[in-house]
Design a binder for this molecule. Structure first.
Ligand code: RAM
Length: 336
């Protein structure tokens, strides 16, 4: 009884949106694949969902369950993982809020025969594959280069406005950015602070305002998060700082187009989140077929995205990040 109450409580807390992509097969035979994202209401993950639905439709016989906590916390994701285990889904593709906190629950899922992969933001172990959107050092390099391009040769103070302090992906990219900033070609840029907006628009906005206050000579904010970059650009515009503080980082053309037009942002980058969600879903389904084990060298067919090859860290990476500026942002804003 206690277990039932606990499950019901979890299930009601969890906003589980079941999205069905049906072909001709019976509902009973359908594979159930969960896409568990960092948090709901994030346009980046909405685009991943779109790709996930596309993969589910194309594969046929797959139901995609799109879910995530309301705030980007590991605790919220652990609750949802437990609910998905109780529902006996076939596979879970998770973008994790913490590299370690989700490992035990991922292992529990695996013991029950659920195929777990991570994508976007990985878990350290207990998953069959971590699907990276791109190469981490490229992502780091690109952001530092865009910051220098925006502020010009004379450089100046820059700050990083990240997502949550535990986010696997942002922390890897921040480490890469710091390596870049240590190189002579970027010596004119001085990193003065790293703050966390938790992938929430209001907190990110307040953190940006805090930076303007603490660092009156700030020249650039690098936000390696699609939520943070929009909030930082809005804060720059609202404070009348366009042309004085430049915002760059990772964002969606659909959400950034106005800020590129206003001049708050000169350029930013991202990969295609629809393709990322498509590939993650497609790969998760491949693992349910019983042949793949996640070993280095294994090849995972991923439909229109070709084939992934698993490396010695149990990871695979997709394409290079793409740069957007005033010349192309409108064209891509239609897609993501
Ligand atoms: C946010 C999330 C996500 C990240 C993008 C760039 O939407 O933190 O994990 O990949 O930004």
């Amino acid at each position: 009884m206690q277990a039932v109450t606990k499950f019901l409580k979890t299930a009601s807390l969890a906003v589980i949106v079941g999205l069905m992509a049906m072909n001709s097969a019976d509902a009973a035979d359908k594979l159930r694949v969960a896409m568990l994202v960092k948090s709901l209401g994030n346009g980046f993950f909405e685009a991943c969902k779109e790709g996930g639905l596309e993969a589910a439709n194309e594969l046929g016989n797959v139901e995609l369950i799109y879910t995530g906590p309301t705030a980007a916390t590991a605790e919220g994701q652990i609750e949802l993982m437990n609910a998905l285990i109780a529902q006996k889904v076939d596979a879970i593709a998770i973008s994790a809020n913490d590299p370690n906190a989700l490992v035990p629950v991922a292992k529990r899922a695996a013991e029950r025969g659920i195929k777990v992969i991570s994508f976007d933001s990985g878990i350290a172990s207990g998953r069959l594959l971590q699907l990276n959107p791109s190469n981490a050092s490229l992502i780091g390099q690109k952001q530092v280069q865009m910051a220098l391009d925006a502020v010009g040769k004379e450089g100046g103070e820059v700050a990083i406005l990240s997502a949550t302090a535990q986010a696997t992906n942002q922390n890897i990219w921040i480490a890469e950015m710091k390596k870049e900033l240590a190189k002579p070609e970027f010596s004119s840029l001085k990193l003065v602070s790293t703050v966390y907006g938790d992938d929430q628009a209001d907190k990110s906005y307040r953190e940006a305002q805090g930076l303007f206050k603490s660092f009156p000579n700030l020249k650039a904010i690098i936000a390696p998060t699609s939520v943070g970059i929009v909030a930082a650009a809005k804060a720059v515009a609202d404070q009348g700082l366009i042309g004085k503080v430049f915002v760059t980082g990772l964002g969606l053309p659909s959400e950034m187009k106005g800020h590129v037009q206003s001049g708050a942002t000169k350029s930013f980058a991202i990969w295609n989140p629809v393709d990322l969600g498509y590939t993650a879903t497609y790969a998760a389904v491949q693992f349910t077929k019983g042949q793949l084990t996640g070993k280095a060298g294994e090849k995972v067919p991923v439909g229109r995205m070709g084939t992934l090859t698993i490396d010695e860290k149990g990871e695979a990476a997709m394409a290079e990040p793409f740069t957007f500026d005033k010349d192309n942002v409108l064209k891509y804003a239609k897609y993501f």
